[in-house]
Design a binder for this molecule. Sequence first.
Ligand code: BDP
Length: 675
Amino acid sequence: MNKYISTFMTIVAGMLFSMSAMAYDGSRLWLPAAVDGRHDVSVKLEAKGESASIAAQELRDHWRGGDVVLREKRDKSLGKEGYRIVPGDANVTVTANSGIGLLYGAYHLLRLQSTGATPDTTIVETPAFDMRVLNHWDNLDGTIERGYAGRSLWKWDELPDVISPRYKEYARANASVGINGVVLNNVNASSRILSREYLEKVRVLADIFRPYGIKVYLSANFAAPMQLDSLPTADPLDKDVIKWWKRKCEEIYGLIPDFGGFLVKANSEGQPGPCDFGRSHAEGANMMARALRPHGGKVMWRAFVYSANDADRAKQAYLEFNPLDGMFDDNVIVQIKNGPIDFQPREPFSPLFGAMPSTPQMAELQITQEYLGHANHLAYLAPMWEEFFGWVKPESLKAIAGVANVGDDDNWTGHPMAQANWYAFGRLAWNPMLTSKAIAQEWLPMTVYETAEIPAGVKEGLEEMMLVSREAVVDYMMPLGLHHLFAFGHHYGPEPWCNPEGASPSWLPSYYHRADSAGIGFNRSPAGSDAVAQYPEPYRTQYASASTCPDELLLWFHHLPWDYKMKSGATLWDELCRHYEHGCNKVSDMQKAWYAAAPYLDSSLYKDVERRLATQARDAQWWKDGCLLYFGEFSGMPLPDDVTAPVHTLESLRGIDLGITNYESPSAELLDSKR
Ligand code: BDP
């Protein structure tokens, strides 16, 4: 062991110890704790600029592993943001083409330190995607659509004069995982964000984020010229409209020279768009792209559309966008949700991926847990994203976006364990080949363990708890390819029966589960809606027949009789019941793993997660009872012997109305009072 590594190891132990002495409020995230003033590391900075200075300061404050040289040096293979770390006997050298590359390299070193690893071989890293973006669904009034961690971080009323220290902390957290773009506002966008008044505020945030390598983007309302400046139309071919966007872009770039561009939700769920004026999505996107082009900006144009051009909503985005392939300007990127419906606990990949070979595409993942138990349920999402990258090759994508789960709660994400999803999104955006296990093994010791002495069994228990959590949610909410069984509006609990007056059919659970006395599931086979035809081979053939369709997607693609014989030999009904039971059991395993870790965790963290796991366990039972009692009325079959009896009645569950909005997670007290 060389001198450098041995110093490193002694110091790591000391640092982990000092970390344990700090009170936990979750605000530290996975980053090193505050400076303890006990270090004597020399950091030699051979680079200019603010990002490089931040890199040097981070290491001076937190690195305990020996002397470091940060050097800016031309090296084509590293690109704009990559870095090389070379450990030597006397010091470790980080090289990059830019200050931001050095900053990423510095965070890499700190990550190694916090996970107890040593930089003993050369490390070369470059990001898989140039754009790694967080989409905030934050409204200008401080609410967050589908946000469960308090109110918006952006204090619009105080900006531009009052600057919250959290803006910088937020930028630092993003840079530490390689996120380099932030869309500040909701896709259901208020035009006001493009007014001069708000752009002055946005400028302040952009200035704070810039040294951390983060570009600011804005969600733009397509009708902004009408709403802000009373133009009679927002027709993308109208010359005054074209001029309006051109001027608006000039104004924006005058304030924010490295502005990233626009994210646009057009002609979707009531938002205005080019189709209102008889124009196509491509005509709308290109008009905005041309206004941005002279300044180097991009348009992220969402493909989340489902106007009824087919009876099956799962086919609609493809039908609308596939014919537009090749018609978009090259600074437009079509942003596609991972699945064809809407961020369900499990969906197959959207067939639009790969179906527009001449159009840059990006994936939109949802970090906030709109459909996975809000801030009440522990659901580590990296396994879901790993599954997605198993289907959709990262090389086929130009960029990646995640709908943020961040708010102004002290711990940023509501559920303390949901920080792992923000972290995992960033890490996967940088390197989509990382396994969810490897990411959990980084995040846990950086964030959760209190001492280096955690026994191996307990540590593995916590890793397992995270790794099984998403599948547990799938099992107790909607296994075997079922989807959208949620309560109306807030999407929290089970309401497979829900049928409010005036709702669009494709917002109703019965549209998706199609349960009747003959069976359950959505027939998307060639004999049904034939959505399978939109998939490339080998998936098309595989999904088309129930006998080859994987169990976990079976009822997504097939409507099958209750006594259909599954691959296991059990009937569909029995297997469905067992999945619900299994999901509930997994939550109690998660509770046990957490309990076993108690002596090694900060007590307030322990109690917070323990309380949320208890809510999750009760919710899992609610889901199981609600779904099995309801579907049982159609199947007419009894629960198999190995599945425990419900504790609720269907009647009582049908009567539950949580009375919450799109902006909140129900409290444990509310849930207890309703069930
Ligand atoms: C759905 C949400 C809704 C969003 C919409 C979108 O329920 O609040 O506005 O997606 O992505 O998941 O535009």
